[in-house]
Every structure is written in C-alpha cells, then in structure tokens.
Design a protein around this ligand. Structure first.
Ligand SMILES: NC(=O)c1ccc[n+]([C@@H]2O[C@H](COP(=O)([O-])OP(=O)(O)OC[C@H]3O[C@@H](n4cnc5c(N)ncnc54)[C@H](O)[C@@H]3O)[C@@H](O)[C@H]2O)c1
Length: 363
C-alpha cells in the first residue's frame, strides 16, 4: 500500500488538544480544500462522490476491496473514467485491522466519507458473514483509525432500512429504529450505535447518513430499477414483488452527492458529536411508477409479472427531510422522470456498450 505524503492545500491549523488529550477540533470552513478519504470508492455512490470532490479541487484518496458481490468489471470501469484520473486509489480490505491502521496513520486525512459496505437486503440472508465482516468489523476499524487520527468530520453511510416496518411515516431520525427486518439493517444500525459511542468516548465528529434507494448512472446491478431496465431491453418479464405496490423514496445520485458535499463542512459539536440524518427525496413512489418511468425513458414496454414479497423487504420508505434541509439548506430536487432518464441514457450508451464496460457484466 502506498499512501503518498500529504500535499495539503491552504492553511491547516488544528487547535491544540484539550485537557483530555483526545478531543481535537478543527475549525469549520466551508471553502477550504482538504485531503479526503473516500471508502467504497469503486462503488456506486463512492465513485460519484470522488468525481465531485476532485472537481471541486480536493485531494482524494479512495479505498475499496473490490468485493465480488456484483460485477468487479463495473467497479473498475467506474474508476477508469477520465474524471477520476487524479484519484489516488488503494486496494485493501477495511476489515483488516493492520491495513486500516496504516491507512489512517499514513494518510493524513482531514475529512472522511466512509461508504464501503456489504450492501443489499436480500443477500444478507445468503451471506450473513460478509455483512459482519464489512459493516461491523470494517466499520470498527474505521472508528479506530479516526480515534487515533482525528479528522474535521467523518460522514458514514447508514440506510433507510434501519427504520424497519414499524416506524411511523415519513421516517424521522428520532424513531427508535430498534426492530430491523434484515441483518443488513441490523448491521447498519449497529454501526450507528458504535459511532455514537466513539463520539462520546473520543470526541470523534461523526454523521451517519441514512440513504433512501439511491439510483442513477453507474448504479448497482443488484438493485430493482437496474434489473428492470435489463429485463425491459432484453424482453424478459419484470418481477414485481408485492404486485409492484412497494413504495420507495427513490433519490437520485446527483442529489445524494450534493447532499454529502454540503454536509462535509458541518461536523456535529457537543460532548457527543454524533448525529444521524436522512438523505432522501421525500417523495415515495411505487415500484410500478418506476417501471412506467423506465418504459418511457427506454422507449420499450415492460412485461409485468407479479411475484410474492421477499423476506427482509419493507413495504414502504419515506424520508422526513426537514433535519437535513435545516442543517444544509439543501433539499433533493431531481424528479423521478428526470433521474430515470439520466440513468436510461447511461444504461443504453455505457452498460450495453462492449467498448466501455465490457460484455462480461452480469446483472
Ligand atoms: N445505493 C443505495 O440505494 C443505498 C441505500 C442505503 C444505504 N446505502 C449505503 O451506502 C453505501 C454505498 O452504497 P453503494 O450503493 O455505493 O454500494 P456499492 O456496493 O456500490 O459500494 C460499496 C463498495 O464498498 C466496497 N467494500 C465492501 N466491503 C469492503 C471492505 N471490507 N473493505 C473495502 N471496501 C469494501 C465494495 O467493493 C463496493 O465497491 C453503503 O454503505 C450502502 O450500505 C446505499
């Protein structure tokens, strides 16, 4: 692993440690360029975030272990884009404590976006160990890295799935979220509680972001909208679990990246500097509406087939976006039609094009 010397841009003046010796604080400056670590950089959200951070002039180090949960070729293709040419990429497993400790001690990071995880609700019934490996052990190693190498703000990915099926709609951050319906959700909630304890013990400024069904170009082939697009263009039936009446607060990748960028310079303060925030469109749509939007964008009809609800699925997600908006002044603005249209253009020109991403992808 090679983490090059820290080429800090601008003045970086860290206040001295307080009397506990552990609680270092960095002044909040929304414009200063920073040295940023993005974990899960080869992933869907991570690769888009890296692109935006680089565009804004930050120095970005990306980490990913390139898990085989879905096409590794797609992960490599995301990183091969010219927009990511200045990304310093490190391949490694965050569940490896020694790797992670060295990453942080040599990295000189000022801000961290921890997005690496074993994602997906249904796969957590097949491969529970991979969720503990990445989402619990991997996250613990990140927290340890932050404990010994304080940063201005660490933002980490949580999920709307923590709300389960019992929380009142729209989902508000103060819901107990103590009845997860999948192991994936349980590991994400565990991560939030672990983060809260590290904030309390070591003053680590942490924000957990609960994402709501993020979609868009370079997305994840395991997600329903992506599978639907594949089925539509190849004339296969689209499986509508629960008759297509499941509702999801679909959030475009552009809105998610904008939200993460706004959040970065706003670390929580106080004796336990930890918070969780929803990043969601705030407008749930049914799966049937998503199929309609895909049909329109791809210009082809879908063959609809009803399928039973799958274990682990929640019936609806709907983000209360007020807390995020109050803090950042930002509310997601991309409509489902606009976002699906952007995804469909990418799907047709890149995913299906052998020259760009290879023919060996399997959704
Ligand atoms: N996309 C969504 O709709 C959504 C919704 C809710 C929460 N999230 C969360 O947001 C984050 C990013 O999601 P995404 O959609 O980009 O997923 P993704 O699977 O595309 O990206 C995650 C990346 O993390 C990497 N990774 C996994 N385990 C690792 C480990 N131990 N060490 C290093 N790298 C590892 C994977 O190889 C992958 O590239 C995840 O934490 C996910 O749980 C996503």
């Amino acid at each position: 692993m090679a983490v090059e010397a820290n080429p800090r841009e601008g003045d970086f003046a860290a206040p001295p440690a307080d009397d506990s010796g552990m609680r270092r604080r960095y002044a909040c400056d929304t414009t200063r360029l920073m040295r940023v670590l993005v974990t899960g950089a080869a992933g869907f959200i991570g690769s888009h975030l890296c692109e935006r951070l680089l565009l804004d002039g930050h120095t970005v180090v990306g980490v990913d272990s390139f898990t085989s949960y879905y096409s590794i070729a797609l992960k490599r293709a995301r990183l091969a884009r010219p927009e990511l040419a200045r990304l310093s990429m490190i391949e490694g497993d965050l569940a490896d404590a020694a790797f992670c400790a060295r990453l942080f001690s040599e990295g000189g990071f000022e801000r961290v976006y921890h997005l690496a995880a074993q994602a997906g609700v249904r796969f957590s019934l097949e491969s529970p160990q991979s969720y503990i490996h990445s989402n619990v052990t991997g996250f613990l190693n990140i927290l340890e890295g932050l404990r010994h190498n304080p940063v201005q703000h660490a933002v980490y990915a949580s999920s709307s799935s923590v709300y389960g099926d019992d929380s009142p709609q729209p989902f508000c951050e103060d819901a107990p979220a103590d009845a997860p319906v999948s192991l994936y959700a349980a590991t994400k909630r565990a991560g939030e509680l672990m983060a809260s304890s590290y904030a309390h013990l070591f003053g680590t400024p942490l924000t957990g972001v609960r994402f709501f069904t993020v979609y868009g170009p370079w997305g994840r082939p395991d997600m329903a909208y992506f599978k639907f697009a594949d089925a539509i263009v190849s004339g296969r039936p689209v499986d509508l679990y629960g008759g297509g009446l499941l509702a999801r607060d679909f959030t475009s990748i552009g809105d998610v990246v904008e939200g993460l960028m706004r959040l970065g310079p706003l670390p929580p303060t106080g004796p336990r500097p930890h918070r969780v925030l929803n990043i969601g469109a705030g407008q749930p749509v049914t799966v049937l509406e998503v199929v309609d939007a895909l049909e329109a964008a791809l210009g082809r009809p879908a063959l609809r087939r009803s399928a039973p609800l799958q274990p682990g699925d929640v019936t609806a997600t709907w983000a209360d976006t007020r807390a995020f908006e109050a803090l950042t002044g930002f509310k997601p603005a991309v409509s489902l039609q606009e976002g699906i249209e952007r995804f469909a253009r990418w799907f047709e020109t890149e995913w299906q094009s052998p020259t760009q991403t290879g023919t060996q992808h399997s959704a």
